[in-house]
Write a protein that binds this ligand. Structure first.
Ligand code: DMJ
Length: 456
């Protein structure tokens, strides 16, 4: 199948030119390390493991596994993003363990999980965003206002941390994330909304910026997925999700003059009529949450999910490359297009395809497969280069503008979701698996684990 060939191509080039680095630079044919992972290496290896396995790229999976066994060093010193290490490394290792049963993935996940714990040593227990994996010192991002922690970062640990407790028998991981939930339940929410910046010292919001795109996104995703992963026992998470979505719908969801439904951003009550590519995961999330409501409510949310997914498809369809920009706007006559030069890029992100997969699995409307295939063709035409896949700087021109970066999430997510879009529903069935925000599948606990997920 075509998508399997794309994965093999992406992997083979990474292996040839960048094995052990974090990402491949496909134009210059070398590796990129970056500064998100605190000295950890092989982000692409760990992110790719489960995709290689699922696609039955056996030889390539063995190569990746061998690298983890022989070369993946956790004794590093450097400033890491707690969020990124969790979703890519812990998520990737956990998924690889659950799919294969190979102990090496479990032990590395647990060892790395321990290294993240000092980030939670704050007055509220809300972790800071950056941690030195060697010394355990942690601090907030320099760009985050007044030393705050970011909703999408501390709100995107729950799934992985419950599994760390499940696998280790050590309650500490679950305790940390259940405490985060407690703080969030307690704090007053303006209009029922969750702003993106919270002080880890006082437990109060620092700024009233609300977004279902960057800085907020996966917090909402992890609420509904916590409920699903607990085999629908964690009713607290479901209630928080339902309430948050209701507030979002009331205050942020809008329809453009041309009839496109979108989710705006909110700054202290003022709307910014912009939707980020990141926010496009929400079509899938809303459909996933709708699947389990009452009949009328379910239809309402399925309609909303379909409308948002359609808008995100429009953001692709209205570009010359048929790939979508980093952000698109609905103002001054613009509909679903980027207006700023700085927002025209596409870095191989998965969110739109992710929504196609959920919509396909939950409706079986063939248009989602057609839309997915449009993405495959566009990636082949505009992002495939001699030695891998590259992001592009401007989706509105077909003159090549490659950014020379093959993101690890392209292998973890974009290619995995494209593959799943064309598989039978029982390949990683939504009844048995939840995908973490990096598309790493974690099993639903149909037995004892559900009790722990609802502890309070
Ligand atoms: C990925 O690392 C995850 O999907 C995350 O939730 C958001 N950003 C990238 C992909 O765009």
């Amino acid at each position: 199948m075509k998508i399997k060939e794309m994965m093999k191509f992406a992997w083979d080039n990474y292996k040839q030119y960048a094995l052990g680095k974090n990402e491949l630079r496909p134009l210059t044919k070398n590796g990129h390390i970056g500064n998100m992972f605190g000295g950890l290496r092989g982000a692409t290896v760990v992110d790719a493991l489960d995709t290689l396995y699922i696609m039955e790229l056996e030889e390539e999976f063995q190569e990746a596994k061998t690298w983890v066994e022989k070369s993946f060093d956790l004794n590093v010193n450097g400033e890491a993003s707690l969020f990124e290490v969790n979703i890519r490394y812990i998520g990737g290792l956990l998924a690889a363990y659950y799919l294969t049963g190979e102990e090496v993935f479990k032990s590395k996940a647990l060892e790395l999980g321990e290294k993240l714990l000092p980030a939670f040593n704050t007055p509220t227990g809300i972790p800071r965003g950056v941690i030195n994996l060697g010394s355990g010192m942690s601090w907030s991002w320099g760009w985050a206002s007044a030393g705050s922690s970011i909703l999408a970062e501390f709100g995107t640990l729950h799934l992985e941390f419950l599994h760390l407790t499940e696998l280790s028998g050590n309650p500490v991981f679950a305790e940390k994330v259940l405490n985060i939930r407690k703080v969030l339940k307690r704090v007053e929410k303006p209009q029922g909304l969750y702003p993106n910046f919270l002080s880890p010292v006082t437990g109060n919001w620092v700024q009233h910026h609300v977004s279902i795109g960057g800085l907020g996104d996966s917090f909402y995703e992890y609420l509904i997925k916590s409920w699903l992963m607990s085999d629908k026992k964690d009713s607290e998470a479901k209630k928080m999700y339902d309430d948050a979505l209701e507030a979002i719908e009331k205050h942020l969801v809008k329809k453009s003059a041309g009839g496109l439904t979108y989710i705006a951003e909110w700054r202290g009550g003022i709307l910014d009529h912009k939707m980020g590519h990141l926010a496009c995961f929400s079509g899938g999330m809303i459909a996933l949450g709708a699947e389990h409501g009452g009949e009328e409510r379910k239809q309402h949310y399925m309609d909303l999910a379909a409308e948002i997914t359609n808008t995100c498809h429009e953001s692709y369809a209205r570009s010359d490359t048929k790939l979508g920009p980093e952000a698109f706007r609905f103002d001054a006559g613009t509909e679903a297009m980027a207006t700023r030069l700085s927002e025209r890029y596409y870095i191989l992100r998965p969110e739109v395809v992710e929504s196609y997969v959920y919509m396909w699995r939950l409706t079986h409307d063939v248009k989602y497969r057609q839309w997915g295939w449009e993405v495959v063709k566009a990636l082949e035409k505009h992002c495939r280069v001699e030695a891998g896949f590259s992001g592009i700087r401007d989706v509105y021109t077909t003159v090549p503008t490659h950014d020379n970066m093959q993101q690890s999430f392209f292998l973890a997510e974009t290619l995995k979701y494209l593959y799943l879009l064309f598989c039978e529903d029982d390949v990683l069935s939504l009844d048995d698996w939840v995908f973490n925000t990096e598309a790493h599948p974690l099993p639903v606990n149909h037995s004892n684990f559900k009790a722990k997920a609802s502890v309070q």
